[in-house]
Design a protein around this ligand. Sequence first.
Ligand code: ATP
Length: 141
Amino acid sequence: MSDNFLTVNVVTPNGIVYDHHAVIVVARTTEGELGILPNHVPIIAPLAIDEVRVKRTDSDSHVDWIAVNGGILEFRDNVLSIVADSAERERDIDVSRAERARQRAEKLIEEAKAHENIDELRRATVALHRAINRINVSKHS
Ligand code: ATP
């Protein structure tokens, strides 16, 4: 059956972060940017640490932004489900916390480089991406 909207759910261990009807959703998978329109073919893809943009059916031009920290996207039967370790809407992001996380991660990266600690470098780089993603998404609130 063909529809003119899709349903978007974003779920984390803390519960449902987002649940709306949309005309288009744009997300970044580990393979690149993906735009989902109603009636898209079924797909499952791992997500990058990045923003998800949702154009809702109930607003003319407004776009909701969600910082998604990895996870999995699944689309079928006009339902887009995103399951992530953590995800925050633009209005829920604590910018000063994200800024502190960014500074902490940058310091850890310098230390890890100095000690040639590859595991710590990888962890801190991921933490830096999470923080920068939150800072970028918060700018849309
Ligand atoms: P921090 O070092 O500030 O805890 P983090 O990247 O380690 O950041 P996560 O482990 O990804 O944090 O998330 C832990 C919980 O805190 C999740 O529920 C996440 O949604 C929330 N969270 C993390 N950072 C922020 C933020 N800047 N604003 C709002 N919620 C946040």
